[in-house]
Design a protein around this ligand. Sequence first.
Ligand code: GLV
Length: 309
Amino acid sequence: MSIVIIRQDDKIELWKNALQEAAPDIKIYSYLESHPVDEIEVALVWKHPKGTLTKYPNLKYIACSGAGVDFIFEDDTTPQNLPITRVVDTMLASDMSEYVIAAIFSHLKRFYEYKVNQTKSLWKPEQYKRIRDYTIGILGLGALGTVLAKDLVHFGFKTQGWSNSRKEIPEVQAFAGQEELHEFLSSSEILVCLLPLTNETSGILNKQLFSQLPVGAFVINAARGGHLVDADLIEMLDNQHLSGATLDVFHQEPLSSDHPFWQHEKIHITPHYASVSDTSSVVPQIIENYRRMQQGRSLLNLVSTDKGY
Ligand code: GLV
């Protein structure tokens, strides 16, 4: 029995080779080559073309090769009642943490502003900030947010996090639920979004939320573009309520060349690269789940279809 890889980027061969090397006994196909659809038991997907999952009558589960599964729920042809697994991976989590920490320090030490000044040959030393000057608020204390929170504590940042249900992480102030969101926001001088994208969190980064942050707050979104209301961010930057934003994710990727974010001096763009599943780290868990399925054992890293993550 077999696995089919469905993704629209140029990484199908990379994944196919890595899986084949790790498990020579399993047949691995690209969805682009001719393959026996009846034999396919697992679809390993990343932003698959909508509708492609309907071709496999004997599919046992859908394996997402990344952390976020929002694109699977967005496809209304996704076969219902099939288990979905996602990636929970220490490398993915530490990569994300390193990205966010780099963005935080670039803001703290004003690297972003100096880069702009450099384009104008402008020598203009400004007061710099220190770790102790900032409280960092993390929206979402899941697999990624928890590792970031611990790393920030290690650096000496005052760190707080908000999640649906309260999470206990040493030295991290935990806020939970809608009733504690305002208190969390009002003291988050740098806000990091690492939430899953669901019906509840879509558009959560909006004017109403930004206005509850302290004046001069900085925003980092490394979760999904769908969390952000783009026009609200621009408005809150232009009226000086926010001091800047680092964005790795966008409603449409690649970000279209005429999007106003590109030209905005206070917006710092990276091309959805904050943390990308690495085959060496992730392939073993894909194979482990495949074996578990064969042996009738429960799958690891199952997604809750009710929660959407
Ligand atoms: C990357 O965006 C992921 O969800 O793994």
